[in-house]
Design a protein around this ligand. Structure first.
Ligand code: GTP
Ligand code: MG
Length: 185
């Protein structure tokens, strides 16, 4: 039985591999890796349960990288408990490229750095063109993980599960606070 609910979003530039990652994290499948790229329209919600906390239902929001969908973002950030920013490690990220994702999804009241992960992802069949990334700017404070679902699926999952442990604590704390309020404590 699940008693807690958490909402986590994958955001970041188009074609960085968010949909493939979301499918892998929610369903343990890497189907679609050989599929042609199909941009996500708006947002997709995947319902699952935290692998390492089976009492916690998880909504994974797989958000389109097209910033023209910006008008729909408030619905995504409402009640958001965790954020994963995904970008393509093969693309040079210049200062500011990820700013919009940071400003709109992370720099919000109540979001602490342990609720945020940055995936420098390799969305290609070939090896990544870089083996290290050095982010400057505000996102440099968040935990950065180099990800490649094709080659190192378990490393992706381990990073994700560590985030889920933090997210679950936040959700649990919120429930406890709400309970105390109801009881007038
Ligand atoms: N081989 C391989 N291909 C991948 C991997 N991740 C993504 N791809 C491919 O990269 C392309 C883009 O991946 P998506 O997951 O759709 O990208 P996205 O970030 O969701 O893009 P938007 O929805 O437009 O924001 C697709 O053609 C995928 O098949 C991976 O880990 N390995
Ligand atoms: Mg997508």
């Amino acid at each position: 039985m699940t008693t807690l609910r958490a909402k986590v979003a994958l955001v970041g530039p188009a074609a960085s591999g968010k949909t493939i990652l979301a499918n892998f994290l929610a369903d343990h499948v890497t189907d679609g890796l050989s599929m042609p790229y199909r941009p996500t329209q708006g947002c997709r919600i995947l319902e699952t349960t935290m692998e390492n906390h089976s009492d916690t239902a998880l909504e994974l929001w797989d958000v389109s990288g097209d910033i023209n969908n910006e008008s729909g973002w408030p619905a995504i950030t409402t009640g958001l408990d965790g954020v994963i920013v995904v970008f393509d490690i093969n693309q040079t990220v210049v200062d500011g490229d990820l700013d919009i994702w940071f400003r709109r999804f992370i720099k919000r009241p109540g979001v602490k750095s342990n609720q945020v992960l940055v995936f420098a992802n390799n969305p290609h069949r070939d090896s990544a063109t870089r083996s290290a990334v050095d982010l400057t700017g505000p996102l440099s404070k968040a935990k950065l993980v180099l990800t490649d679902v094709t080659r190192e699926p378990e490393a992706v999952r381990a990073a994700f599960n560590a985030l889920m442990t933090n997210v679950r604590s936040v959700v649990e704390q919120r429930r406890d606070d709400a309970e105390r309020k109801v009881l007038g404590m």
